[in-house]
Design a protein around this ligand. Structure first.
Ligand SMILES: [Zn+2]
Length: 339
């Protein structure tokens, strides 16, 4: 079809008219939005004086020789108990390390999980506490910690205070497996069931290399529990290997006072040899016991004992394992925090 000059002129006019209409509608829409916004602000200003202000609950500051804690005023009595446990946990660390632990540490008691995670700026989880060595502060998840008995609470504090100590004395950091292993050794986070589970992991070929545990732990819950267990065991072997007389104290003193050992644990060649020795000399003997007994009736007994130990362990340390699992999940996202 061919258009006449008149038809072409009409089409141009119509096109121009549509453009003008579109512009007009867009302008009207923008003007209406602006007017609505203005009215909304005016309305909010008019209503504001009649709205009750959100009230912050009164808080109380309680301090001991090395700690201070801020709690809601009605928890003042609880604060004194926490400070008593904190001083005891600090004393435990001070007896392990070469140079004492005299810095004051701030404890931030969060009465609810919601408050705990909002102060950490983190997504939800099941952490018991989180240490921030750079500012000498430990955030406490009150909702979780109040479910623990005093012994478990003190162990959780020892674990976090060790992270604070290591973070302050060794700002360059340590391989994650060693940092966690040291905190677990200081707190005594280990029992028979952990040993059996580690031997089983060896049997099923699910052990990690030191390099795999150097910066972060696996994201899944089961993998993280295995990673913590292995970290404890590798740290135990390192102590056995190099500090047979002084034990954990010897390793801590060397790490703080001697840069060589810190370089050594980061060396890939050393890691490979250490890993081989740890598996051959430390893990294999336990694994052999499981294998040798597997063909006899004794295996059934051992298996039953392991299962029973597992069940007991799961009941007794359910909260601790949840912490292990989720605190790592947290550190994956915030390097500054040490849990
Ligand atoms: Zn930890």
């Amino acid at each position: 079809m061919i258009l006449s000059p008149q038809q072409i002129g009409d089409l141009r006019l119509a096109s121009r008219w549509q453009e003008v209409r579109r512009f007009d509608m867009a302008w009207r829409s923008a003007a209406m939005k602006k007017a609505l916004r203005t009215w909304f602000i005016l309305l909010a200003l008019a209503v504001a004086p009649f709205c009750p202000a959100s009230e912050t609950p009164p808080t109380a500051q309680v301090a001991s020789e090395h700690f201070r804690i801020e709690v809601p005023a009605e928890h003042r009595a609880l604060a004194s108990q926490i400070l008593e446990l904190a001083e005891s946990a600090r004393q435990h660390i001070a007896e392990l390390v070469p140079d004492g632990m005299d810095e004051r540490i701030g404890l931030a008691w969060c009465a609810t999980e919601q408050e705990f995670y909002s102060r950490l700026g983190s997504r939800r989880g099941h952490l018991l506490a989180v240490a921030v060595p750079t500012i000498r502060r430990v955030y406490l998840n009150g909702e979780k910690l109040r479910q623990l008995d005093r012994r478990e609470f003190r162990r959780a504090l020892i674990h976090e205070f060790m992270h604070v100590y290591l973070g302050r004395r060794i700002p360059d950091g340590l391989p994650l497996w060693l940092n966690e292993g040291l905190a677990m050794h200081a707190a005594g986070d280990w029992d028979f069931a952990d040993g059996a589970a580690l031997a089983a992991a060896s049997l099923f070929g699910t052990l990690f290399t030191p390099n795999e545990l150097a910066r972060r732990f696996p994201a899944d819950a089961a993998g993280q529990t295995r990673a913590y267990r292995q970290s404890y065991s590798m740290t135990a072997y390192l102590i056995h290997l190099r500090y047979p007389n002084d034990g954990l104290r010897g390793l801590l003193a060397d790490l703080v006072q001697n840069g060589n050992i810190r370089s050594l644990v980061e060396d890939p060649v050393w890691q490979e040899e250490f890993n081989r020795q740890w598996r051959d000399r430390w893990i294999r003997p336990t694994r052999v016991i499981l294998v040798v007994t597997s063909s006899t009736a004794l295996w059934i007994l051992v298996a039953a004992l392991v299962i029973a130990a597992y069940a007991r362990k799961r009941r007794q340390t359910k909260r601790r394992q949840a912490r292990w699992v989720l605190e790592e999940e947290f550190t994956c996202h915030t390097d500054e925090f040490d849990d």
